[in-house]
Design a protein around this ligand. Structure first.
Ligand code: DAH
Length: 330
């Protein structure tokens, strides 16, 4: 039995130990087979024989049990060593998402005009020359096309440079009265702290019978809207030019940062330009076959509004997907 006890003591793994247990105490184990010999032992020797075997069995059982405890402890240490957990490791916090400031601003504007019964219209991002320019009174080679740095495709389609083509699509597919807004993505070849090649606009168009729509209507709607977005700011209409409106105006609000005193954001003018607008040009109505109609339109950049309402300095930071910035707008 000494050799078995040695083998048990030298076992290197729990599996090896189990094999030794089967070889000694198992159904065909050496000790079990010894016990089977009992029947051939003369009666007077049976007691001593059995005692001896029982002692051996107890010794082997004991040896296996204690070796098992040792091996299990070793095994556990090995696992702990191999599967070490670094409790100092950076733990990415599980945080809740939030609506992006651009989409949040877009939603607020859409909501405002939906409450005034404006429909929400959409158009394709890949446009053709007719809808993006021609029908908007921007004929080929017209110098005003330079205002918009266009991305052209090889097949003469283009990425829409503004949401104004949706005006054309809506007038071509619907009849008056029209009261619509068109929110969406637009593209221009431009990149600096106030321009990104992709940005968002909201277009508005209201059309009804001739003489029903006036500049006064436009002015009222815009002043109310700007007060809703920015609070009690001053609003100023400045004569301007857009090919699709006549007369046209650009609209400024008093600077939301300095209250009109002049600061870096408003280039010390006290005013911030916020949108373009005007009375729909007759040439636009002609292009869509509308007769005896009047209307107004305006368009504004969402990012500009988002930057002013969320106090963001660099337009490009809106598109860098930096969670440290976006996390502030929950
Ligand atoms: N489409 C113009 C732009 O992208 C914005 C604009 C100005 C839209 C005047 C209008 C408008 O509908 O009447 O700069």
């Amino acid at each position: 039995m000494k050799e078995w006890l040695e083998k048990i003591d030298n076992a290197q793994s729990l599996e090896a130990l189990e094999t030794l247990r089967v070889e000694t105490l198992g159904k065909k184990g050496v000790l079990t087979l010894e016990f089977a010999k009992m029947k051939d032992v003369p009666n007077e020797e049976k007691k001593a024989f059995a005692q001896n075997l029982n002692q051996q069995k107890a010794a082997v059982t004991e040896a296996i049990e204690s070796k098992k405890v040792t091996l299990e402890a070793l095994e556990l240490n090995r696992k702990l060593e191999a599967e070490k957990i670094d409790v100092t490791m950076f733990n990415a916090e599980h945080t809740c998402g939030a609506v992006h400031p651009v989409m949040d601003t877009m939603d607020r504007i859409i909501n405002y005009f939906q409450n005034l019964n404006f429909s929400v219209e959409e158009g394709p991002l890949v446009e053709d020359d007719f809808h993006n320019f021609e029908a908007l009174n921007l004929p080929k080679y017209h110098p005003a096309r330079d205002m918009q740095d266009t991305f052209y495709n090889k097949d003469f389609t283009l990425l829409r440079t503004h949401t104004s083509p949706v005006q054309i699509r809506t007038m071509l597919s619907q009849s008056t009265p029209i009261r619509m807004i068109a929110p969406g993505t637009v593209f221009r070849r431009d990149y600096d702290i106030t321009h990104t090649p992709m940005f968002h606009q909201i277009e508005a168009l209201v059309v009804d019978d001739a003489d029903k729509i006036s500049f006064a209507n436009l002015k009222h709607v815009l002043v109310e809207f700007l007060h809703h977005m920015f609070g009690e700011v001053d609003v100023r209409f400045r004569p301007s030019f857009f090919p699709f409106t006549e007369p046209s105006a650009e609209v400024d609000i008093s600077c939301v940062f300095c209250g009109g005193d002049g600061c870096r954001v408003c280039s010390h003018t006290g005013w911030i330009e916020i949108l373009g607008c005007g009375i729909v040009d007759q040439n636009v109505f002609d292009a869509v076959g509308y007769e005896n109609k009047s209307g107004y339109a305006f368009g504004l950049g969402i990012e500009r509004v988002a930057m002013l309402t969320h106090n963001i300095g660099d337009l490009r930071s809106l598109f860098e997907s930096d969670l440290r910035l976006l996390g502030q707008f929950k």
